[in-house]
Design a binder for this molecule. Structure first.
Ligand code: ATP
Ligand code: MG
Length: 322
């Protein structure tokens, strides 16, 4: 970024940007499941920002994206922590677009995205965390799960026939299975935290009405037809069951170490702003800094510099007559 561009963001620089990001995402963070109720979050909420504020919000997002790139650079250089961003949502809530926009400034080398579809037969031959554990971000990287192990408590709960396909010993399939899955996921995320992976989870909360509008747009616009699958309309028929499953899941798996962000998703510009703010907040909480070069390494660097510059040749002078 040009120096002049950096100067053009006076109020949002550095600490001020972090302060605003924190204030913005805080309202949507869930760390204590017991007190969470999905109905308390309005999918249309924009924290009193109006449509007229949209251009300012978009501008703020670009500054957020720059800040995020700077944090990611340090994360990569330090090579200690990794960050896992989990995205869950009903169809057309804007997961793909949010991931694309919010991560648009980061270095692709430091970012790994996985989209989890229905499990393969190889996946089903293992425990359900297996395929996700293999996809965890390396140290220094940001991993993004577009859907995740949480599907195991959502689509699988809403469609119990999927559970039958998992070839589990029958005595393990009982009415406690969802509670067990929440506990296991909670423990898995705690394990990740203790090993240097910061986990944050997003539920993009779109309203049923807005989903319908977006589906119709996908059907009416030939360039968006590819985004629509006939099963999307069928899943919509299970809306209430999904909402119940989401609420239970968030209640069962929200924690200080791995919080959920329940992000209003009827206005894409607002959703993206909140996600960027939450990612900035998570990265800032890691206390990242560029590795300090120690004396031995400094000497090595100096030697390399001399080598590159070449050893100065002795000055040519007239040979002294003996
Ligand atoms: P898009 O925005 O492109 O529609 P998507 O994430 O919906 O993205 P799809 O290929 O349409 O991608 O859907 C993936 C499907 O895989 C979803 O219906 C999801 O419920 C299903 N899926 C993901 N994980 C599991 C799982 N563990 N068990 C069963 N189904 C799963
Ligand atoms: Mg889909």
């Amino acid at each position: 970024m040009a120096a002049s561009e950096k100067e053009a963001r006076p109020a949002w620089k550095g600490k001020e940007l972090l302060k605003r990001a924190r204030a913005l995402c805080e309202s949507f963070r869930v760390t204590d499941g017991d007190r969470f109720r999905l109905r308390d979050i309005d999918p249309r909420d924009t924290l009193k920002l109006k449509s007229a504020d949209k251009p300012r919000a978009k501008e703020a997002l670009t500054w957020g994206i720059d800040a995020l790139a700077e944090y990611q650079d340090m994360l990569y250089a330090q090579d200690r922590w990794s960050v896992l961003l989990v995205f869950q949502a009903m169809d057309a809530a804007g997961k793909d677009g949010a991931i694309k926009h919010v991560m648009s400034g980061v270095n692709p080398q430091g970012c790994q995205v996985y989209s989890f579809k229905a499990p393969t037969s190889e996946d089903l031959d293992h425990d359900y965390l297996w395929r996700c554990a293999r996809a965890m971000p390396e140290r220094g990287r940001i991993g993004i799960f577009n859907r995740s192990y949480y599907e195991e408590t959502l689509v699988v709960r809403v469609h119990p026939e999927l559970l039958t396909k998992q070839k589990l010993p029958p005595e393990l399939v009982n009415d406690k299975i969802w509670k067990h899955r929440y506990d296991d996921i909670h423990n898995f995320e705690r394990y990740l935290g203790r090993n240097g992976t910061k986990v944050i989870k997003f539920f993009l909360h779109v309203s049923k009405k807005e989903q319908k509008r977006r589906f119709l747009e996908r059907l009416e616009n030939p360039e968006k037809n590819w985004k629509f699958s006939p099963t999307d309309a069928q899943e919509r028929g299970h809306w209430d069951e999904y909402m119940e499953a989401y609420e239970d899941m968030i209640r069962g798996t929200a924690s200080e170490g791995a919080p959920w962000y329940v992000v209003p998703a009827d206005n894409k510009w607002f959703t993206r702003l909140v996600i960027a703010a939450a990612v900035i907040d998570a990265l800032a909480s890691l206390g990242l800094e560029y590795p300090v070069v120690d004396e031995a390494r400094k000497k090595g660097l100096e030697a390399a510099r001399k080598l590159l510059l070449g050893t100065p040749k002795p000055k040519r002078g007239k040979a002294k007559k003996k």
